[in-house]
Design a protein around this ligand. Structure first.
Ligand SMILES: [Zn+2]
Length: 150
């Protein structure tokens, strides 16, 4: 179950669901379904597009990977980042929905890299409300990085 919110509005209310994704081996199509309203569709032809966030073959995580639980609004702020590279984009979009928030899996280096993107964007964000949201995301991730002891 991904951290992505369902965009539908059944009965004119925001659907509270999360998108459940499933990618069978071949052909590489992705099935998506909302876990609340049941809305579903299939994505194909995504390989090689800018949405293809599969790891390049030489990229290997070297540190100890930890699960970091962040509030929903932090995950939303991370998805709205404009400057992410593929590695950080993968980290953000691989996040999973959990009962107590959103779970990011990252090692210390990856988290540090993501923090750099958040800080850079917060520095250049003219909108005060969005900047505060980025500052909050930065604080949450900094705490997590310190807890990891790296
Ligand atoms: Zn839904």
């Amino acid at each position: 179950m991904s951290a992505l919110p369902c965009r539908r509005r059944p009965g004119r209310r925001s659907c509270p669901g999360h998108i459940v994704v499933f990618r069978p081996d071949l052909p590489a199509r992705i099935e998506r379904r909302c876990d609340s309203c049941g809305d579903e569709d299939v994505i194909s032809g995504w390989e090689g597009t800018s949405f293809d966030l599969r790891a390049s073959k030489h990229r290997r995580s070297t540190g100890t990977v930890a699960d970091i639980v962040v509030p929903d609004e932090v995950a939303t702020a991370l998805r709205d980042l404009q400057l992410l590279d593929a590695d950080c984009g993968r980290l953000v979009y691989q996040a999973r929905a959990a009962d107590d928030g959103v779970v990011l899996s990252a090692d210390g280096d990856e988290l540090d890299e993501l923090l750099g993107f958040v800080a850079a964007e917060a520095n250049h964000e003219p909108n005060r409300r969005r900047q505060q949201r980025l500052d909050r995301a930065f604080a949450v991730l900094s705490d997590a990085l310190q807890t990891m002891g790296s």
